[in-house]
Design a protein around this ligand. Structure first.
Ligand code: BGP
Length: 466
């Protein structure tokens, strides 16, 4: 028999500021990298998104109607500090105060991501995460957040999907590589190092300033399978697991560089430079839990040194710049979504088991979900049985993992409400709440409850038994 979900399990959902809020330069907000980048062809820009900035109360009321126990959202750095450092924008503070208070009014726990793919443009101009000062920029921003919201926010997430920023950021434009850079691998892992130190210092600061609060990382963790039982394929899978997953959690939890990754960086003249105090800072930091996003597993086979990996965007799971370590492989045992992402609920359990036995920390699912084309019917309905099925299967596997003994804090799938997808604009929807707009036609921006909305409400009311 399966063990039940814990009593105080955080049933909720997620969003991120740059994808949901809109009002991207309103009320004093400065531009982030997202506002100045070229959006992928055929996709909407990020000026309006779901217009959550102006519909916030209505949206939180809908989340409350579903019975949410938690809502994971991110705070836009440039709403708080328009230039990334220095002057505080009071209107930005006011917006998040209202959002937090609105959540608490309904008994919804705010879970706050401090950084979700939205580097202030002013800081990109100063070298972004490549500038050693970026560590201090982030810590100063963290201090402003803790000072202003720490009396009510108890759960903090440092950096969303730092591993994806490092692996595919240079390709999708969320990590800036200076022009003329001759060793991209070294540059990327130097930036990654600054993020790791920034995260460590922010965790320590959080514990100093807010002894009651809990803080953790939020990487995208997907177990990597070997394509076959060929020993070389197993090595390739270990390589990719180390590069994609364990580097980030070994660092967050133990403050150490993963040995496989370190030796790979050494071989490629790409080890990061440590500033004085970095090592100590990393060792001193201890997360209270691990937040993680899970969409699907990855499968790889052995690769030769010459094989350069193809299109990182088209194949997000296996595409990266670490040539020679592994090669992506389409898992023949899994079906894919309309957008080509593999679906692997059992892999969710396997991923959780692996994290539990490596780190022995509580785990919080910060994303999971199905991106699909949804249609609004004339009578205002959205029939999304495919989403219900996806979520149901994944929730069942969380329960299996709980039965295995993993300590699960909550489930916050992507996304609470339709928003702009990272790669596909508005057409790829994830929400329980439908937003009436198209890619370029802003429509009415009215909200509609999808079938999954009513279904998730029952799941929450029955604490996962439905
Ligand atoms: C994660 C990001 C989210 C979100 C999600 C879905 O990587 O943290 O911001 O976008 O993926 O991805 P996509 O929008 O590309 O379907």
């Amino acid at each position: 028999t399966r063990k039940p979900f814990p009593e105080n399990f955080f049933w909720g959902a997620s969003t991120s500021a740059y994808q949901v809020e809109g009002a991207n330069l309103e009320d004093g907000k400065g531009p982030s990298c997202q506002d100045v980048k070229e959006v992928p062809e055929g996709t909407s820009d990020l000026t309006v998104c779901a217009d959550h900035y102006h519909h916030m109360k209505e949206d939180v009321a809908l989340m409350a109607e579903m019975g949410f126990k938690s809502y994971r959202f991110s705070i836009a750095w440039t709403r708080i500090l328009p230039k990334g450092t220095g002057e505080i924008n009071q209107k930005g503070i006011d917006f998040y105060n209202e959002l937090i208070d609105e959540c608490l009014k309904y008994g919804i726990e705010p879970i706050v991501t401090m950084f979700h793919f939205d580097m202030p443009a002013a800081l990109d101009e100063r070298g972004s995460w490549g500038n050693p000062d970026s560590v201090q920029w982030f810590v100063d921003f963290a201090r402003v957040l803790f000072e202003n919201f720490g009396d009510r926010v108890k759960y903090w997430l440092t950096i969303n999907e730092q591993n994806m920023l490092t692996l595919v950021g240079p390709v999708i434009g969320t990590l800036m590589i200076p022009e003329g850079c001759t060793n991209v691998l070294k540059e990327v892992y130097q930036q990654n190092h600054h993020m790791l130190v920034a995260q460590a210092k922010a965790m320590v600061l959080c514990h100093q300033m807010l002894p009651e609060a809990k803080i953790g990382p939020a990487p995208n963790i997907s177990l990597v399978y070997p394509a076959t039982c060929k020993p070389e394929d197993v090595i390739a899978a270990q390589n990719f697991n180390a590069i994609r997953n364990w580097l980030y959690l070994d660092m967050a939890v133990y403050g150490i560089y993963n040995a496989i990754v370190w030796s790979y960086l050494e071989e490629n003249d790409a080890t990061p430079t440590f500033a004085p105090g970095d090592e100590e800072a990393m060792k001193n930091a201890h997360p209270d839990f691990i937040g993680f996003n899970y969409y699907n597993t990855a499968t790889v086979e052995a690769a030769s040194d010459e094989e350069v990996l193809a299109d990182a965007v088209a194949d997000q799971q296996s595409g990266s710049i670490e040539a020679g370590m592994y090669k992506g492989f389409r898992n023949p045992n899994l079906v894919t979504t309309e957008f080509g992402w593999e679906i692997d609920p059992v892999g969710f359990r396997a991923t959780i088991r692996e994290m539990d036995s490596r780190y022995h920390l509580p785990l919080l699912v910060t994303e999971n979900g199905l991106g699909a084309y949804d249609t609004l019917t004339e009578d205002g309905k959205v029939h999304d049985p495919y989403r219900i099925e996806y979520l149901r299967q994944h929730i069942a596997q969380i329960q299996e993992a709980i039965t295995d003994g993993a300590q699960m804090l909550g489930y916050n799938p992507w996304s609470a409400i339709d928003l702009i997808s990272t790669h596909e604009g508005m057409k790829k929807r994830y929400g329980f709440i439908y937003v009436d707009r198209d890619e370029f036609d802003l429509g009415t921006l009215n909200r509609y409850r999808k079938d999954s909305f009513y279904w998730y409400k029952k799941v929450i009311a029955s604490n996962g038994e439905d």
